[in-house]
Design a protein around this ligand. Structure first.
Ligand SMILES: [Zn+2]
Ligand SMILES: [Zn+2]
Ligand SMILES: [Zn+2]
Length: 336
């Protein structure tokens, strides 16, 4: 079993493989995504681990063709479902067993078609499957966080060229998420208002970074993003958990995502990109943990094209450089 280790200085957790890869297995020079022939395509169901959930045409059986979107255990999982957490201190260090869930969400039966290429209805199915998996996995009290991240293209860290997202459910809260939760909590303690609701109001008032506003969502380029052309999609209705989005919101969200991702792909000529759902941690009650979450956190989706390799400065200091301002990026999106 792999193990999780905590950096004592930054509080960030890493997963360490139990059977280390030798240097020549790391193959750093390879730039292509190797997955020929692709086992994620429709018709190859027998070659993947059995599906854990799917949205499929009526009357079709699990692990056969006829699905729209399908969740399977990751082929080489980083985390395992069975076992004890085994939290332990080793001298000054903390470790625990790599317990959790690691799944692939296959977003399209077709290799060369992303959900947005198949239309908003397909995007909606993918969002529904995310929701189903989060709800199911959070029943396990050992799980603290369910992270869903889409990667498309090598620069975005995709493992397959077939459209897919990865789900990773961990017994710890990832550091970036914890950073947002802590920041939101502090803001709420000080102002008694949700920081995200305030951001929405501000972005609507300023309008210079606003890309689009629908009945239920706003999409804008954030004031200080990490990447040029990054945008965030936020529900207007305050709510901490993505899986509690209403049917109307899901409908609206799939329209917004379909339209903006298409624009981004055309404008930036099929860039690699990621999106991530920032939602509340598992709210199974535990000692002094996130009692105020429902008030101070507000779920959202962050989308970022990955146009450049990470620079040394980003890697070494977490200091990001924006070659296009968010105000100009918003203009380009609006004109696209
Ligand atoms: Zn494929
Ligand atoms: Zn809010
Ligand atoms: Zn966020």
């Amino acid at each position: 079993m792999h193990e999780l280790r905590k950096d004592p200085l930054l509080g960030r957790w890493v997963a360490v493989f139990s059977n280390s890869l030798p240097p020549d297995a790391l193959n750093v020079s390879s730039e292509s995504i190797e997955n020929e022939p692709c086992i994620l395509c429709s018709g190859k169901e027998a070659e993947t681990p059995p599906e854990v959930a799917a949205i499929r045409a009526e009357g079709t059986a699990p692990d056969t063709a006829g699905w729209w979107t399908r969740a399977i255990p990751n082929i080489k999982p980083i985390l395992e479902t069975e076992g004890e957490l085994g939290r332990k201190g080793i001298g000054m260090y903390d470790r625990m067993n790599s317990i959790g869930v690691n799944e692939l969400i296959i977003e399209s039966p077709e290799h060369d078609k992303n959900p947005e290429d198949l239309g908003a209805e397909q995007f909606r199915r993918v969002l529904e499957l995310y929701k189903m998996r989060i709800t199911e996995i959070e029943k396990d009290a050992r799980i603290r966080y369910v992270l869903i991240c889409k990667s498309s293209g090598r620069l975005a860290g995709a493992t397959y060229s077939h459209p897919h997202s990865e789900l990773i459910a961990t017994p710890v809260i990832p550091r970036l998420i914890k950073g947002e939760l802590d920041g939101a909590k502090q803001y709420y303690a000080y102002k008694e208002r949700c920081i995200f609701c305030d951001i929405i109001e501000e972005e609507l008032r300023m309008a210079s970074r606003l890309i689009t506003e629908t009945e239920n969502f706003v999409a804008f380029c954030p004031y200080a993003p990490k990447f040029p052309f990054e945008f965030w999609v936020m529900p207007k209705r305050h709510g901490c958990a993505f899986e509690e989005a209403s049917p109307e919101e899901m409908e609206d969200l799939s329209q917004v995502m379909t339209s903006l991702i298409k624009k981004m792909r055309v404008m930036l000529k099929e860039p690699a990109y990621n999106y991530v759902i920032h939602t509340a941690p598992n709210r199974i009650p535990r000692r002094n943990h996130w009692h105020t979450l429902g008030d101070d956190f507000h779920w959202h989706i962050e989308v970022a094209p990955r146009l450049m390799r990470e620079s040394g400065i980003q890697w070494g200091a977490g200091f990001y450089i924006l070659t296009t301002s968010p105000e100009d990026a918003a203009k380009y999106y609006k004109e696209a």
